[in-house]
Write a protein that binds this ligand. Structure first.
Ligand SMILES: [Zn+2]
Ligand SMILES: [Zn+2]
Length: 252
């Protein structure tokens, strides 16, 4: 009788374990695309959960990024992540209305147009090249891009176009590359928004930005006046402190 009781108890245990491992295999174990900024930093950098990255790029007619900008972006991603395969899906969408845009309006445009989401081996990133400026811009502080969610960013392509016209204006592709890689830096958790700082290099006046001279993650890179000043030395790259943070969180 005692043995029978033990057998019954043991079978219940087995049943329980079987049930919970079933749960672990369901889709709920794949991290989602609707988390706050920096939450997917490790998953974007390392290859322990996702080995591949798919980047969905949407733009209204006349606002596509230059091909060279995407080639340079891919080089940057291959340099700092361990992803074995990085692919782009580019698609023209119907021109949205409502510019200048608030980030809430950008979120709605993403909800209406995003078709790529994380799957078993692939982490997905969404980029909207906007046909308008960001709402509420201050004089001299013209925002070129914003990373607003763990795998989402907007590039204000119309703003970039307006600031790269005429004699002596900066090169459009250089501004696109700098803005794209800067916003990816935020998705990678820089500075101190998902990738822990190895040494203190946080700009005390601007959350999420770096205080190292010439670094891609300087706050001024997000604004047209600041970016133009930095491009004199070529397209800025990540400084040593930002690279150390990425390496500590699974990147390189
Ligand atoms: Zn920034
Ligand atoms: Zn830095």
């Amino acid at each position: 009788m005692k043995n029978l009781k033990y057998f019954f108890f043991a079978s219940l245990l087995v049943l329980n374990i079987a049930c919970s491992s079933d749960d672990d295999n369901s889709t709920t174990s794949i991290p989602g695309n609707n988390l706050s900024l920096g939450k997917s930093a490790h998953d974007l950098l390392a290859n322990d959960i996702f080995t591949e990255m798919e980047i969905e790029i949407v733009y209204p007619e006349g606002f596509a990024p230059e091909a060279n900008s995407l080639i340079q972006l891919k080089t940057f991603l291959e340099l700092h992540t361990y992803k074995t395969n990085i692919t782009f899906i580019e698609r023209q969408i119907a021109t949205p209305s409502g510019a200048p845009y608030t980030i809430d309006e950008i979120r709605t445009i993403e909800a209406d147009n995003r078709t790529s989401f994380n799957t078993e081996n692939t982490i997905s990133v969404f980029i909207f090249f906007a046909n308008g400026d960001r709402e509420g811009m201050e004089e001299g502080k013209i925002t070129l891009g914003t990373a607003y969610q763990n795998t989402s960013m907007v590039i204000f392509e119309k703003t970039i176009q307006n600031n790269t016209q005429g004699f002596g204006a900066p090169d459009k592709s250089s501004i696109e590359i700098t803005t794209l890689t800067h916003e990816f830096g935020h998705l990678f958790g820089l500075v101190d928004i998902g990738s822990e700082m190895q040494n203190n290099h946080l700009d005390p006046d601007s959350g999420g930005h770096c205080n190292v001279e010439g670094c891609l993650m300087r706050a001024q890179v997000e604004f047209s006046s600041g970016i133009t000043g930095m491009l004199g030395n070529g397209i800025p790259d990540l400084g040593p402190e930002c690279i150390a943070d990425l390496q500590a969180n699974g990147g390189r």
